[in-house]
Design a protein around this ligand. Structure first.
Ligand SMILES: C[S@@+](CC[C@H](N)C(=O)[O-])C[C@H]1O[C@@H](n2cnc3c(N)ncnc32)[C@H](O)[C@@H]1O
Length: 358
């Protein structure tokens, strides 16, 4: 494919142009001069993007308004929409775009290399499927603020991408699904919202799907696009169904307790199970697994809370550079209402490792 001329980097927003991420906020933006400016910029550009200009403008807008730190695009294709996402984080002044495509190893790096350095440095491409990517993301404790689901569009694939993305989202994070004119993205979203009533359908349109006309194209979250926009609950909620951190790579093999950051008062019983798993020199083929289970009776106001374990969980394998240490924290809460946290529970003093780079 020919690489076309890349437009210069241009800010599209004035500093006072702020719009809420809500049905009303999106409508106010669509009526504004700002929308015309953004949609004009993206008219027929970049031609490698499979989004139309309204869809490209919408992605740019959501990112400039939200200012995400971590963005993920599932399905790079010709990196046209990747360029839009990177332009938006550049304009927002913060953020990094990861983009993945298992069939893009030959195609995508050269396309991304043709971008200006200011965009290139904000993009990481990996030639992997969403399943492989999620596997690594859990291992390294990675979370996202903004995810575009635009990979394999069959229902089962989108349902998987959506369910797993939700698990990795930070409170208040945004998910955009493309191609809701196809049954996979559309019905995956419908099922997801039915199973996750705390999630917000930003434009409140998914409920408009006509159950008597299952093949009809539905109303999109924004006119002239093929997108649904979902928003994660503003807090990390813990109820009676246990939530797991996954087996996260860690520094250190000692857990003395966990820390919670309560965003509202809580009253009830917190069930905690913690694991320290270690593999490497001195652990034999099966590795070492230590676990501890405990319940805590909680009656607390909002704020930080440290919950010490009766017996600290301690790996018997001394620290060593070649060790593979993993932590897992599982919590469930049975009380008047769900436990509402600012972030997932954190073990101490062992911490998940922050370095995702492989
Ligand atoms: C609709 S295209 C993406 C279009 C691109 N986001 C854009 O807007 O220009 C779908 C892409 O998903 C990729 N894909 C297929 N299976 C995938 C998977 N399991 N995980 C991630 N991407 C996948 C395909 O190779 C294809 O390039």
């Amino acid at each position: 494919m020919d690489v076309e001329v890349i437009k210069p980097l241009t800010p599209l927003y004035r500093p006072d142009e702020r719009f809420e991420i809500s049905a009303q906020g999106l409508e106010a933006w669509r009526q504004s001069a700002c929308y015309q400016r953004v949609v004009d910029f993206y008219r027929h550009y970049p031609p490698r993007s499979l989004f139309n200009e309204a869809g490209r403008a919408l992605l740019h807008h959501l990112i400039v308004m939200q200012r995400p730190e971590r963005v993920l695009e599932i399905g790079t294709m010709f990196a046209g929409t990747t360029e839009v996402l990177a332009r938006a984080v550049w304009e927002a002044g913060r953020g990094h775009v990861e983009t993945i495509d298992p069939f893009g190893a030959e195609r995508c790096p050269a396309l991304i290399d043709a971008f200006p350095a200011e965009l290139r440095e904000r993009i990481t491409f990996e030639p992997v499927s969403s399943a492989m990517h999620f596997n690594a993301a859990v291992e390294w404790g990675r979370s996202y603020d903004f995810v575009l689901i635009d990979g394999q569009h069959e229902l089962e694939f989108v349902a998987f991408d959506l369910t797993f993305t939700a698990r990795l989202m930070r409170p208040g994070g945004l998910i955009v699904l493309d191609n809701i004119e196809q049954i996979g993205p559309r019905f995956a979203t419908k099922d997801f919202l039915a199973n996750n009533p705390d999630w917000i359908d930003v434009a409140d349109v998914v409920r408009l799907m006509d159950p008597t006309a299952p093949l009809d194209e539905p109303v999109a979250s924004f006119p002239e696009t093929k997108n649904y926009i979902l928003q994660a609950p503003p807090t990390y909620l813990v109820g009676a169904v246990p939530r797991s951190s996954g087996t996260v790579r860690a520094e250190g093999g000692r857990i003395e307790g966990i820390e919670l950051d309560l965003v509202r008062p809580a009253s009830g019983i917190l069930h905690v199970q913690a694991y320290v798993r270690t593999w490497g020199p001195g652990t034999g083929t099966g590795g070492e697994e230590r676990t501890h289970r405990q319940t805590f009776s909680i009656k607390a106001d909002r704020g930080r809370l440290r919950l010490p374990l009766e017996t600290p969980l301690l790996s018997q394998v001394a620290d060593h550079v070649d060790l593979d240490r993993r932590l897992e924290i599982i919590v469930a809460f049975v009380g008047d209402a769900d436990l509402a946290l600012a972030a997932p529970p954190m073990p101490y003093p062992a911490r998940p490792r922050a370095d995702f780079q492989r």
